[in-house]
Design a protein. Sequence first.
Length: 532
Amino acid sequence: MDHGLLKSSMTLAEQGYVDLGAVYYNATEADLVAHAIRRNEGQLGKGGTLIVNTGKFTGRSPKDKHIVVSDMSEDIIWWDANARMTPDAFDRLHADMRAHMVGKDYFVQDLFAGADQRYQIGMRVISELAWHNLFIRHMLIRPNASQLDGFMADYTLVNCPSFFADPERHGCRSETVIAFNIEQKLILVAGTKYAGENKKAVFTLLNYLLPEKGVMPMHCSANHALDNPADTAVFFGLSGTGKTTLSADPRRTLIGDDEHGWSDSGSFNFEGGCYAKTINLSAEAEPEIFATTTMFSTVIENMVCDPRTRELDYTDDSYTANMRAAYPLDFISNASRSGLGGHPKNIIMLTCDAFGVLPPIARLTPALAMYHFLSGFTSKVAGTERGVTEPEPTFSTCFGAPFLPRRPEVYGKLLRDKIAQHGATCWLVNTGWTGGAYGTGNRIPISATRALLSSVLDGPPDYSSFRIDPNFGFEVPLDVSGVDSQLLDPRRTWLDVAAYDVAARKLVNMFASNFEQYHAHVDKDVLAIAIS
């Protein structure tokens, strides 16, 4: 039985999903919250939020992502990072999922991905869970009633957490599967309740489609100067580097917090919402994000709360440190309503160096920018994972390896060409440690990082002179207003400079070893950096 007033022109039955229970098309936030409560998927929180728990999986399952091998994909996909699936195995998986869906209720959202209408795709998301449907309604761009009239999806995503794959029958690794069949324009997700798989599946799809159109897909946050989209900045960074926090500058307009494209006319958000980490979130440090955690229909994921008052505990990571809030972008007062920006004027590559080696800011040449973009460095620290007793390097190429269906050099060359064409300035900003490694040194003060970013974004920066870093070859300013000059030279912050030199050489060697995989795929100027 079909329900919902805003139904697009194609029903699930017409798509081959027959004998289902009730089907709810494009339900509103209020209806989806009500459905989720009625179905015991979550509990109502303060302000009408929806508090949910994702169960066994509190994060993504990147090793369970598969792409169907075909004549079209064989020579395009980066198979080192994407598992293969045969067409027959995918068809069996799809058939078994359709059989599993019989008799069950489903929720459908017809949404857009991409704020630039020239590159926008229509996504139909079919969800077993009402709260998953609410999540994706927040995360993608919601059509209005007239746009839904005759809406035809370009791609369909089906998510069935209660279906568990059979690795032998379905050609996958485990009971959890995220499977892409690009020729069939279909994505299947099963065996996990983690909602982030939905949004990252769409991002992966865009990472496949857009390079052929000359658009650079980016795992970054972005903002622009108030009333001046031409002054746009993008912030690349892995988890824990400050990507969301540092781009949420009240003096600038937030374009988006996670996924963007860079086309021949400027930058644009892929999404219509935010998926913010909430561990240690405070009203003092991040008031706007904090406020969303008591706004109606915000999805509160894996947070501990008081069973009577529903007060959230922002410090209790009993479920996971990856606790999050999902909400529409318009919950942030200084967010862009168009999702559009200009060509990036400044490109910030964020890293959290737990070795205490990298300076808090450095200017990169185009070749160095490509080197650090392909490296995608940050570091884990002791205590973050069992068995980690000292800082460990993490290299995630293009600051988003799990979401790259094509080889990393494709994105690296796109970025290099965009920088050359539009004259962007690239900066490496370290939000990690100084004065020693993690456990000995101190975290670089957030006030210093904000001052450094302000000097760049309010620019042009008034830097009188630079030094060339002897380890990585980038330019480091000698003096920045409002920042202790000693902080700009990490070697001077160590009591034992010989120990610093040892740590620096160790980190350089880690970079070099990781970059060996790209030697055959980069230009001479980038290769010269790698082997110097």
